[in-house]
Design a protein around this ligand. Structure first.
Ligand SMILES: [Ca+2]
Length: 236
């Protein structure tokens, strides 16, 4: 049966609209499972740096002080320690997100410290980190995006230090949103992978509470966060 053009145009336009809306919705999808910890610690794991193994670093669930719902997590250590939690994406891809240079991501979390929390002098206290690497080679490039409590981003190699992300004042004891938008850099050859965000106690001592993690791919219209070290990010 031959349909007149006008009859075909409407369904095509409608399906294009649906496709467009679906694409936009996908761009805003939170990539983190159990981002609000309402399913407890499900899908989340703890990592402790070699120099912090004896500091009783713990990843606990707190249900009396959440930012939203019943639960948040509590990162606690007996001394200045570096440890993190990260989500398991269960994506069958070694917990790596395929990326291309120029892709833009936004990550945010709600964070607060308890009143007894101490941060080692000159340290950031809390950081979010996404590591980049070459998936082809199965090796990490050593390059990562770091987001500090002042909502600035550092894209750098670890050896360059993290002084630029040092805690700018007292650690917040009220719930505070930490957020960064960054671009996947083009400074590592064949860079094509990124880890999901790790949420770090970066040489804090005491308790840090975290809730409501959002990690999403955004389009080029979303402004990048200020970079603290643009020059060194381009010159590893
Ligand atoms: Ca929650």
């Amino acid at each position: 049966m031959k349909l007149p053009k006008a009859t075909l145009a409407a369904p095509i336009a409608a399906s294009l609209l649906v496709f467009g809306l679906t694409s936009m919705a996908m761009l805003a999808e939170n990539l983190i499972p159990n981002p609000d910890f309402e399913k407890g610690r499900e899908k989340w794991g703890l990592w402790v740096a070699p120099d912090s193994q004896k500091m009783n670093c713990q990843f606990l669930l707190a249900n009396n002080a959440a930012y939203s719902g019943r639960n948040c997590v509590q990162l606690v250590s007996d001394d200045f320690a570096r440890f993190s939690i990260a989500a398991n994406l269960s994506n069958g891809n070694d917990n790596v997100i395929p990326v291309e240079p120029g892709d833009r991501y936004r990550v945010s979390a709600w964070v607060r410290g308890d009143t007894a929390l101490k941060v080692q002098s000159g340290a950031p206290g809390f950081l979010i980190r996404c590591e980049f690497f070459s998936h082809h080679k199965g090796v990490r490039g050593g390059l990562a995006a770091y987001i500090g409590l002042h909502n600035k981003v550092s894209i750098q190699f670890p050896a360059q230090g993290l002084q630029a992300l040092a805690l700018p004042g007292d650690f917040p004891t009220e719930w505070t949103k930490v957020e960064g938008v960054f671009e996947v850099p083009d400074t590592v050859k064949e860079l094509d992978g990124m880890t999901p965000p790790s949420l770090f106690s970066w040489y804090s001592k005491g308790s840090i509470f975290v809730d409501d993690i959002v990690f999403e791919k955004v389009d080029q219209t979303v402004p990048l966060s200020p970079l603290v070290n643009e020059a060194s990010a381009k010159n590893p």
